[in-house]
Design a protein around this ligand. Structure first.
Ligand SMILES: [Zn+2]
Length: 404
């Protein structure tokens, strides 16, 4: 769709805006609606909620932590036989590293709530927000269970598309909530609905706030409940809430067992059938990132792509006015993604099914897996040779290294 887009040398030498242009052009299905959509996969425009949950079932979710009492809450829930879902804010996790371990040990689900808690539709680095927190929580999350909740529920189809294009397709979201989104006071001063942060801002008693949560929960009879474990009073309230919900006959499930979330997880592009992108070797600062829908990978940073690129890509680069810069081993991300094309292999190369690699002439193109790089080093006469870390090996050498 951008075939008529001319390339200037400056777009090759400096980070280009081409990719973001492509993304924004294709992001016209933006939708910040708060509704389920059974067709979703990966990150989706519509947010996921608790419709379809069994009667008398709730999912307790805790955002913005960990905080000073998260470990205490984790142990309390475990003792009560309740598994919760904790949407971790990366910058907070850095302060309470032990909490993540404890949450996992107690059977709770760790999920992603960005790193700095921005409005995602206004963030200049939505990918970094998800990725930085992913780096912190992924040791404690099983494959196939990666959930994201946007701070403030601030979300759009454009943000979903950007995150998907960056290869974060092991995630689904954004996960919204059914209960706990707002504090609604009745004429008699009691609460029809409650939101913990709003209760504490009004200096409500814990019992009053709890009553608001319980009233909304009884009205809906099911749902995802939003709280924030960074507030000490929320910890005290959550303890009372668990007892009261149990007395009312409610069951508790983690958010990865909520039907809309289960369905989204089942439809993800990246189901772990292929090695996850971080199993591939890319230079520091670069991540193996899916390009198009055919299983192609490029080593990308926020702004650049790591070559070397195929002769076919270099020829198109020159045809489009890139000149000598087309021989560089780093291009702007937008240019590389565009000239790569939408197939499994970059323009000018073809897939060798036996080697499971893209071949041009007698050369094979990476990124190669970390296992292959390790084997390359053991097979090389010079284990420090830069060849193993590079993205272009001879076809014959790759055959010796093997798949993996
Ligand atoms: Zn939050």
């Amino acid at each position: 769709m951008v075939r008529n887009f001319n390339i200037s040398k400056s777009q090759i030498a400096v980070p280009a805006l081409t990719l973001s242009l492509v993304l924004f052009v294709s992001a016209c299905n933006g939708n910040s609606g708060r509704r389920d959509d059974s067709s979703v996969q990966d990150f989706s425009g519509p947010q996921l909620m608790g419709h379809g949950m069994a009667s008398k079932t709730v999912s307790l979710t805790f955002d913005d932590g960990p905080g000073p009492r998260t470990v205490e809450l984790s142990k309390f829930l475990k003792a009560e036989g309740v598994q919760g879902t904790f949407f971790i804010q990366g910058s907070a996790a850095a302060r309470y590293p032990e909490a993540l371990k404890q949450l996992r040990a107690d059977g709770h689900l760790l999920a992603n709530h960005s790193y700095t808690h921005p409005r995602m539709t206004a963030s200049t680095d939505p990918v970094g927000e998800v990725r930085r927190t992913d780096d912190l929580i992924k040791p404690y999350v099983d494959q196939g269970h990666f959930l994201f909740r946007a701070p403030y529920g601030n979300w759009s189809g454009s943000v979903a598309n950007i995150l998907n294009a960056a290869g974060l397709t092991k995630y689904v979201g954004s996960i919204f909530w059914d209960i706990g989104g707002e504090r609604v006071e009745r004429a008699d001063g009691s609460l029809a609905k409650a939101a913990d942060w709003a209760c504490w801002a009004e200096d409500d008693k814990i019992e009053k706030c709890l009553e608001g949560y319980m009233n909304e929960t009884r009205d809906l009879n099911r749902g995802i409940i939003l709280m924030h474990d960074v507030h000490s009073r929320t910890i005290d309230m959550a303890k009372l809430m668990v007892k009261e919900l149990k007395d009312d006959g409610f069951d508790f499930v983690r958010t990865d067992a909520v039907p809309s979330v289960v369905a989204a997880l089942a439809k993800r592009t990246n189901k772990g059938d292929t090695p996850p992108p971080d199993a591939y070797a890319c230079p520091a600062g670069f991540t193996a990132t899916p390009v198009g829908n055919a299983g192609a990978l490029l080593c990308l940073s926020a702004e650049e792509a790591q070559g070397p690129f195929t002769l076919g890509m270099q020829a198109s680069c020159r045809e489009n006015g890139g000149g000598d810069a087309c021989a560089n081993t780093r291009w702007s991300k937008g240019l590389a993604v565009w000239l790569h094309g939408s197939g499994r292999c970059p323009a000018g190369s073809t897939l060798d099914a036996q080697l499971n690699a893209c071949i041009e002439g007698d050369e094979a193109f990476g990124p190669f897996t970390k296992k292959q790089v390790a084997r390359c080093k053991t097979l090389s006469a010079d284990p420090d040779s830069p060849v193993c870390e590079g993205n272009r090996w001879s076809k014959a050498f790759l055959a010796g290294v093997g798949q993996g």
